[in-house]
Design a protein around this ligand. Structure first.
Ligand SMILES: Cc1cc2nc3c(=O)[nH]c(=O)nc-3n(C[C@H](O)[C@H](O)[C@H](O)COP(=O)(O)OP(=O)(O)OC[C@H]3O[C@@H](n4cnc5c(N)ncnc54)[C@H](O)[C@@H]3O)c2cc1C
Length: 298
């Protein structure tokens, strides 16, 4: 099916924090023909379109949400395009999960993504967030990206034509710039060759480091606040007394204070209140305003 529409999809079933009420409708698109169909249907669906990946960076309230969740389900194996300079362009659908892509790259002897080991997002969502860890940002290996807008259809944009920031990405849409909805549909990454065993070793080292310092298997959305210039949000929260702070079923992880964790049937209201408490505690103690990294859907 090129396009599937499901009314009333619960965000708690689509997010790693397992929080959030119903959206108006979820549109799952598996091929370009589905995008064409969606372009015709969107105006009649009645809600604001929102791109949804693996939901690993979303905190949604109980809603209801007047949203049309648009999810790219183009998950087939990536195409490999060897280049004269020795790099390989890896072209993959936005719906592909990052852990699967990293596993494939490792087996194929393609290096450049190891720092993102343990990031559970989709490829599209990870480009949209310019996901990064341990010195690597996905934008640094991006060659080009294929964007879809309901009015303009599909278009390739070179990495040079996109703006990358700390957990932010903005494509230059040219004449379509006024459009407020765009979806990353395909991504091309430029990776280098290396021995699969060496790549695996680096991935294992990254995972071991994360496992020692982050609640990697808990229901979370990763770090909820961005690191302020020159400081660590986790350290500030910790020193402001928020590590392990619990409210109902939600808490700031005892393992890493910048991870908000759904311990046991936590609610969105508790999560949002804890975010406020954390922000206030850090402002009071250090005079620093923390900015959320997690995308909040109120
Ligand atoms: C255990 C854990 C560890 C994590 N570690 C890290 C880390 O080390 N580094 C890091 O950066 N992040 C980390 N994260 C956060 C998260 O995994 C990343 O931000 C991830 O890249 C988000 O991808 P997603 O597909 O889940 O996006 P979603 O959560 O679905 O969406 C996030 C944002 O991207 C937009 N979006 C999603 N898909 C598309 C698309 N196809 N086109 C356009 N916009 C889109 C959404 O509208 C939303 O604004 C972690 C999360 C968890 C749960």
């Amino acid at each position: 099916m090129p396009l599937t529409l499901t009314p009333g999809t619960l965000l708690r079933e689509r997010t790693t924090l397992r929080l959030g009420g119903p959206a108006l409708v979820e549109a799952v698109v598996s091929c370009a023909a589905g995008l064409d169909q969606l372009a015709g249907l969107l105006p009649g669906l009645g809600g604001r379109p929102l791109a949804l990946g693996a939901g690993s960076n979303l905190l949604a309230s109980d809603g209801p949400h007047a949203l049309v969740l648009v999810r790219a389900a183009n998950t087939s194996a990536p195409q490999l395009l060897p280049q004269p300079d020795g790099t390989t362009l890896v072209r993959a659908g936005a719906g592909l999960r990052l852990p699967r892509l990293l596993g494939l790259a490792q087996r194929l002897g393609l290096t450049g993504l190891e720092g993102l080991t343990g990031v559970p997002g989709s490829l599209g969502g990870s480009v949209a967030m310019n996901a990064g860890s341990y010195g690597l940002e996905l934008g640094s290996v991006l060659s080009r990206v294929r964007i879809w807008t309901p009015q303009g259809g599909l278009m390739w944009r070179e990495a040079e034509d996109c703006a990358f920031g700390y957990r932010s990405f903005a494509p230059n849409l040219g004449p379509d710039a006024a459009q407020d909805f765009w979806l990353i549909w395909e991504v091309e990454l430029a990776l280098n060759a290396d021995a699969p065993a060496a790549i695996r070793e680096r991935m294992e080292a990254v995972y071991a480091r994360k496992k020692a310092s982050q609640p990697v298997t808990a229901k979370s959305a990763g770090c909820v606040f961005k690191n302020p210039q020159g400081a660590s949000a986790g350290k500030l929260l910790d020193e402001a007394g928020m590590r392990g702070k619990r409210l109902g079923g939600m808490c700031f992880s005892p393992v890493h204070a910048n991870f908000l964790v759904n311990m046991d049937k936590g609610t969105s209201a508790q999560a949002l209140e804890l975010l406020d408490l954390g922000r206030m505690a850090v402002r009071r103690r250090f005079g620093v305003d923390l900015e959320t990294e997690v995308v909040v859907l109120q």
